[in-house]
Design a binder for this molecule. Structure first.
Ligand code: AMP
Length: 429
C-alpha cells in the first residue's frame, strides 16, 4: 500500500515524501481511512509504530478541507501525558503541515507560560497539550476550547497511570459535545475501556499487530548476574563492546542516579532521565543522547515513555521490571522501524518471579548466558524485592494530577509484531 491510496492531499503527500516515508505503517494504513471519514477511532498503538502520523495526517487533511475561520480557534486538541511526547508530536505536525495553511503549537508545564500564551493569542488550529498546563491556562481564561472539532487522547493508558483522569474529564466538559474523538493506547485495562466508552461514539477499533509479542528484529538475551555485580558488568559490556548508544532501564530514580554516577566514574558519558529531573536537564540529556555526545541514557520506565530515539542498537534492563508489559515497552526501544537491535537483561536471583512473568507474557523462554566471574551464587535468595519498598521509590508512582512531570517508554517497530495489552496491575503502581 502507498500513501497515495490513502486519499491524502497532494500537500500532505509532498510533506510525507520530504520526510522520506515511502510506505504507510500498519497503524497508519488502518487508522487514516476511518479518521478521514470522520469516525471515532480507538487504536491500539504505541510510540514507534508511526501512530503520530497515523492521526496527525488525517487531522491535517480534515482541518485544511474545513472552513477556515478568520480568528483561528483551536479546532484540534491533542492531549498527551508528557512534555517530551507533546513536543515531539508538535515537531511532527510542523513537518507534515509544511505545505498547509494551518497553525499549531504546544503547551506543557514546567516552563514559563507567557510564550505559550503569546502563541495562543496569535491563533492556533491545532493544540498539543499536557492536561495540567491546559487546565491552568483554561482556569486563567487564556484559552478557549469551544470550537474543538477533533479530540485526540494519545497514550491514554499512561495518562491514567499518571493520575490525569480527573483532568481529562474536566477538559472534556468544556469541549463541544459534537466532535470526533480519537484515542490511542498501548494497553487496554478495564479503566482504559471505561474511559473509552465514556468518550468515544461507536468507535472503529484499529490494531496493527498482535499483542504482547516482542519484535522479531530484537535479539533478546538474559545474563544471570549477582545483584552486587550488575554495575561492574554493565560497565564491562559497554566498554569492552565499545557500545556507542545504549539505553539503560532501572526500576527507581535513585537507582538511575547511582548507576549514572558509577558509569561517569568509569569514564562513560552518561546521564539519567527520570521524574525528579527538571525539564532542562531532561531535554539536555535526550539531546545529548540523540546527537551522540552521551553514550548511555539511564532511565526509569516512566521517564522513557514516548521518547523517539530511532534505531537504538542496545537496550539494557539493569533491573527487570516488575510489570511484565514494561519489559515489552522497554525492549521496543530497540529494533525500531525495522532496524536490528539487542535487548539485554541483567537478571539477579531476586528477580526470578519478574522473569517468569515476562516469559509468560511474551510466550518465549528467553535465552540465558552466564558471563564468567559474574554468575550469581546458586544459593542466593529468589525472594522478590519487596513491593512496598520498591513502590516508594518508583518513578511510576501515581502522581498528583496536573504535574505532568514525567514520561515513560513504549514501543516499537514497523514490523509485524507489537507488544502489550491489558494490565490492570499497572493501576496498582
Ligand atoms: P511514532 O510512533 O509516531 O512515534 O513514530 C516513530 C518514528 O517512525 C518516527 O521517527 C517517525 O518519524 C517515523 N515514521 C512514522 N511513519 C513512518 C513511515 N510511514 N515510514 C517510515 N518512518 C515513519
Amino acid at each position: 500500500m502507498s500513501f497515495n491510496s490513502l486519499g491524502l492531499s497532494d500537500s500532505l503527500l509532498k510533506a510525507i515524501s520530504k520526510k522520506g516515508y515511502t510506505t504507510p505503517s500498519p497503524i497508519q494504513q488502518k487508522a487514516i481511512p476511518p479518521i478521514l471519514e470522520g469516525k471515532d477511532v480507538l487504536a491500539s498503538a504505541q510510540t514507534g509504530t508511526g501512530k503520530t502520523a497515523g492521526f496527525t495526517l488525517p487531522i491535517l487533511q480534515l482541518l485544511s478541507q474545513g472552513q477556515q475561520l478568520r480568528q483561528r480557534p483551536i479546532r484540534a486538541l491533542i492531549l498527551t501525558p508528557t512534555r517530551e511526547l507533546a513536543a515531539q508530536i508538535l515537531a511532527n505536525i510542523k513537518e507534515y503541515s509544511a505545505f498547509l495553511d494551518l497553525n499549531s503549537t504546544v503547551i506543557f508545564g514546567g516552563v514559563n507560560q507567557n510564550p505559550q500564551v503569546t502563541q495562543l493569542r496569535q491563533g492556533v488550529d491545532i493544540l498539543v497539550a499536557t492536561p495540567g498546563r491546559l487546565i491552568d491556562l483554561q482556569n486563567q481564561g487564556l484559552i478557549s476550547l469551544a470550537k474543538v472539532e477533533i479530540l485526540v487522547l494519545d497514550e491514554a493508558d499512561r495518562m491514567l497511570d499518571m493520575g490525569f483522569v480527573r483532568d481529562i474529564e474536566r477538559i472534556i466538559k468544556v469541549l463541544p459535545t459534537k466532535r470526533q474523538n480519537l484515542m490511542f493506547s498501548a494497553t487496554f485495562s478495564t479503566d482504559i475501556k471505561k474511559l473509552a466508552m465514556g468518550i468515544l461514539h461507536h468507535p472503529v477499533h484499529v490494531e496493527a499487530t498482535p499483542e504482547n509479542t516482542t519484535v522479531d528484529a530484537i535479539t533478546q538475551i538474559v545474563y544471570p548476574v549477582a545483584k552486587e555485580k550488575k554495575t561492574e558488568l554493565i560497565i564491562k559490556l559497554i566498554t569492552e563492546g565499545n557500545w556507542k548508544q545504549i539505553l539503560v532501564f532501572t526500576r527507581t530514580k535513585q537507582g538511575a542516579n547511582k548507576l549514572t554516577e558509577s558509569m561517569i566514574s568509569a569514564g562513560i558519558k552518561a546521564a539519567a532521565i527520570h521524574g525528579n529531573k527538571g525539564q532542562g536537564a531532561r531535554t539536555k540529556a535526550l539531546a545529548g543522547f540523540k546527537d551522540g555526545s552521551l553514550t548511555a541514557l539511564v532511565a526509569t520506565d516512566i521517564a522513557a515513555r514516548g521518547l523517539d530515539i530511532p534505531l537504538l542498537p542496545h537496550v539494557v534492563n539493569f533491573e527487570l521490571p516488575n510489570i511484565p508489559e514494561d519489559y515489552v515497552h522497554r525492549i521496543g526501544r530497540t529494533g525500531r522501524a525495522g532496524a536490528n537491535g539487542e535487548a539485554i537483561s541483567l537478571f539477579s536471583p531476586d528477580e526470578t518471579v519478574f522473569l517468569r512473568d515476562i516469559e509468560k507474557l511474551v510466550g518465549l523462554k528467553l535465552p540465558k548466558e552466564n558471563i564468567k566471574g559474574f554468575e550469581p551464587d546458586p544459593n542466593a535468595s529468589k525472594e522478590p524485592i519487596k513491593q512496598g519498598q520498591g513502590r516508594q521509590q518508583r518513578d511510576s508512582t501515581p502522581r498528583k494530577p496536573k504535574t505532568e512531570t514525567t514520561n515513560r517508554t513504549s514501543n516499537n517497530s514497523f514490523g509485524p509484531r507489537r507488544p502489550s495489552q491489558n494490565n490492570d496491575r499497572r493501576s496498582n503502581r
